[in-house]
Design a protein around this ligand. Structure first.
Ligand code: SAM
Ligand code: SF4
Ligand code: F3S
Length: 461
């Protein structure tokens, strides 16, 4: 970081030290795993500035809402919760409220905050995390409102300290931004163009994480398959997976998301050849209809998508898939929707994440005059979920009688002595065991499958 940034850190730290008790900061993340990673970096900055961290916004002196703009619901959630912060601020007049994340990159949202949420002190965009010390300093110096929606960066800022939320699961972005401009999606507008991190920086970060006991490394990018396209060296994501696989230690590698237009045999081969890479691919379909895929600007067809699935299953018959589906893209017909159901039946995903299409200002799809009613879209998503519930229930039965290696993640819903974790296939596994096992790999013999999870008994190691 530049010298001036260091100066602001010192200045804010000194001001915080003068307070009777160290001020407390609260960071609430609203978005995807990348958003959570940004939140971890914000926490890293806040600790350096002399803040303590709290999970309770009502006792905080400094609150960051790290927002998401992907669907309208996500934005409404933030504006709803801002109302609560107003009440807290009435009790603690010195409370500083800060809006960060993807919503802050939309000028209409910023205007709304300026006009109707005047008690918000700081608004900063996704590329301004390293500027947080200066922004806080300006508010400490009496400036009423501080806004920093800097231009989308063309480079990657490295070296921002991060307070990770877990001691055994770590997300590692391999790239930022997106070049794809799917017609429904706001992400390229709020995250800018693709920027890959240098491979040696990624590999050193993972080595350090593994050395510190991290067991799950989750690689992130809006389309990891375009990793390296903007770097000078001739490198690709499958190459990166193979390099990471060479790192010594006991850990599993997962990644998200993989755009089907760029997912080919090279990717599937790398997954199958690398023992540390999970045999699971999250391959967002969005729609099974070629007509809708074209209108979405997804640049693959139903048939090309199925080729990837079939090749993976040729190599590993049990290869696990999950996906994202958008139901009710403008003017989706019954027959378009049935093409999506058709792919669900063919692929037999272990899991799907489905959303009703949400209009996003600034995207191309908002211009389409949509004739399908919201009620019809709701009915379709119900049908989709019912079909997938039956598929998952049926799929999960394949694990009964087998032994799965599971990363124990937390105590389960069954109270003391119950644990829950994820298998290599990213399936939720519930079992009984001591909480000292959390954060380690265990073997579980599966005895039952129901409600989007499997159940089993711990096998002594
Ligand atoms: N880059 C990833 C990809 O291409 O698959 C997706 C990232 S996006 C944050 C996660 C998911 O949100 C998408 O796969 C899509 O299903 C969903 N999504 C994005 N925009 C949406 C919209 N306007 N309405 C509903 N769902 C949307
Ligand atoms: Fe959005 Fe498409 Fe980019 Fe994914 S690939 S972030 S859906 S524009
Ligand atoms: Fe993630 Fe939401 Fe931004 S999904 S990239 S936090 S718009």
């Amino acid at each position: 970081m530049a010298d001036s940034a260091q100066n602001y850190i010192q200045k804010v730290k000194q001001l915080n030290e003068k307070k009777d008790t160290p001020p407390l900061a609260h960071v609430h993340n609203y978005g995807c795993q990348l958003n959570v990673t940004d939140g971890e970096k914000m926490k890293g900055q806040l600790l350096k500035l002399g803040f303590g961290l709290t999970e309770r916004p009502e006792e905080a002196d400094f609150v960051i809402f790290n927002t998401c703009a992907v669907r309208e619901g996500a934005e409404e959630h933030v504006f709803g919760n801002l109302g609560f912060l107003k009440q807290y601020k009435e009790k603690n007049k010195d409370m500083i409220i800060c809006i960060a994340g993807c919503m802050s990159e939309q000028s209409a949202v910023v205007e709304k905050i300026k006009k109707s949420y005047k008690y918000v002190d700081i608004v900063f965009g996704t590329n301004a995390i390293s500027k947080l010390p200066r922004l806080i300093y300006e508010v400490y110096m009496g400036r009423k409102h501080v806004y920093d929606m800097s231009e989308q960066s063309s480079s990657v800022t490295e070296g921002i300290e991060q307070i990770r939320n877990s001691t055994f699961k770590a997300s590692v972005p391999v790239m930022y931004g997106c070049n794809n401009f799917c017609t429904y999606c706001i992400v390229p507008y709020v995250r800018g163009r693709e920027r890959s991190r240098q491979p040696d920086v990624i590999i050193n970060e993972i080595k350090e994480l593994v050395k510190n006991g991290y067991k799950e490394i989750f690689l992130l990018g809006q389309n990891v398959n375009s990793y390296g396209n903007d770097l000078e060296e001739n490198i690709s994501f499958p190459w990166l997976l193979r390099q990471i696989n060479k790192i010594d230690g006991e850990f599993i590698v997962r990644f998200m998301s993989s755009h089907p237009k760029d997912a080919g045999r090279e990717l599937i081969d790398a997954i199958c050849d690398c023992d540390k890479v999970a045999k699971h691919l999250h391959l967002p379909l969005q729609s099974g209809s070629n007509d809708i895929l074209e209108k979405m600007n997804r640049r693959y067809t139903h048939e090309k998508y199925m080729e990837i699935i079939n090749y993976a299953r040729e190599r590993i018959s049990d290869f696990s898939f999950s996906t994202d589906i958008i139901v009710g893209f403008p003017n989706e017909t019954e027959s378009d929707f049935e093409s999506t159901l058709d792919i669900l039946k063919k692929v037999k995903y272990d899991n799907i994440y489905s959303y009703i299409y949400s209009k996003r200002a600034g995207t191309k799809a908002i211009l389409i005059d949509d004739l399908v009613t919201y009620e019809e879209k709701q009915k379709r998503i119900q049908r989709l979920l019912e079909l997938q519930r039956d598929i998952s229930t049926d799929n999960y039965k394949r694990f009964i009688g087998t032994t799965l290696t599971v990363l124990a993640e937390s105590e389960g819903k069954g109270g003391e002595g119950s644990l829950t974790g994820k298998s290599n296939e990213f399936i939720i596994v519930n079992f009984s065991g001591d909480k000292s096992l959390i954060g380690s790999f265990v073997n579980v013999k599966i005895t039952a499958a129901r409600n989007w999870a499997v159940y089993g008994e711990l096998i002594s190691q």
